[in-house]
Design a protein around this ligand. Structure first.
Ligand code: UTP
Length: 275
């Protein structure tokens, strides 16, 4: 049973400047909910109710979002607007939230190592909130969880990307295992299309076993001078301990303006249909 999910949210979100100059990109709304809330809902629905954030300077709005807002709630109490807070209130009741700060942006691997203090010695989920996922029939994290329960090792979500886009992702290759699953043998961070071992890209959903922390501690800075999670996962993969899952569903890259707009259109349609 995995109860903890780590959210690395320390990044600067430079692709959204100036919108992210004084607010976290994770708080940008997709229709009426901030991006981060979709990720926390996904974790909670998969049974991961202990939510751990690796934050940084300028990210305090995330803490405030997952807390009560007395004045506002008092103001709209008894009005038709009150129900608009139901989903976040339920989430706050269901989950616990803890925070630690990454002091220097040394990469995703370093952010995850910073989260060790909140996770301890147990397997855990990781969600990069800027990948907004709509799983079918259940969430991508729930799909990974089933694979982890069967194989007991780290599990990563992958999808095919345009071969010209491999330099935006961690790219994997390996041996087919069963329908939609692959035992990973090679992982490389942001390879050029010529160097890429495949066009299977890692997206922002992981289940990691806790030995990843020691591996990260011993992983030197890689691509772009950052400690890369991909390099640490490659070490696990060499021992046959990483499975890639081609998830069923759809991912929006909300770290890019184009993906953000696509997600907005998709959820706006849903919102209209539900209304
Ligand atoms: P990205 O590189 O995609 O996000 O990191 P970014 O740096 O926030 O955005 P841009 O590229 O400047 O627009 C992927 C994820 O890893 C986290 C980010 O917050 C994001 O969720 N991250 C990255 C950290 O927490 N710490 C880091 O040092 C680097």
């Amino acid at each position: 049973m995995i109860t903890k999910c780590l959210f690395p949210v320390a990044g600067y979100g430079t692709r959204f400047l100036p919108a992210t100059k004084a607010q976290p990109k994770e708080m940008l709304p997709i229709v009426t909910k901030p991006l981060i809330q979709y990720g926390v809902e996904e974790a909670s629905d998969a049974g991961m109710r202990n939510i751990a954030f690796v934050t940084g300077r300028g990210k305090r709005a995330i803490e405030d979002h997952f807390d009560v807002t007395y004045e506002l709630e008092d103001q709209i109490s008894g009005t038709s607007k009150e129900s608009q807070l139901d989903c976040i209130r339920e989430l706050i009741d269901r989950c616990t939230f803890s925070y630690t700060r990454q002091t220097h942006m040394r990469g995703l691997g370093d952010a995850i190592l910073t989260g060790e203090t909140l996770i301890g010695n147990q397997p855990f989920g990781v969600i990069l909130a800027d990948d907004l996922c709509v799983g079918e029939p259940d969430s991508v994290m729930a799909q990974l969880l089933r694979v982890h329960e069967k194989y007991g090792c780290s599990v990563i979500a992958v999808e095919e990307v345009d071969p010209g886009d491999t330099d935006k992702y961690g790219i994997v290759s390996g041996q087919p295992l069963e329908d939609g699953l692959m035992r990973v043998e090679h992982m490389v961070e942001k390879p050029s299309p010529q160097e890429a071992p495949s066009n299977l890209a890692v997206i922002g959903r992981y289940i990691l076993t806790p030995d990843i922390f020691d591996i990260l501690r011993n992983t030197p800075a890689g691509k772009n001078g950052e400690v890369q999670l991909t390099d640490a996962l490659h070490t696990q993969a060499k021992n046959g301990k990483v499975i890639a899952c081609r998830f069923r569903g759809r991912r929006f890259d909300c770290g890019s303006v184009e993906g953000f707009v696509q997600a907005t259109n998709f959820f706006f349609q849903r919102h209209q249909t539900a209304a």
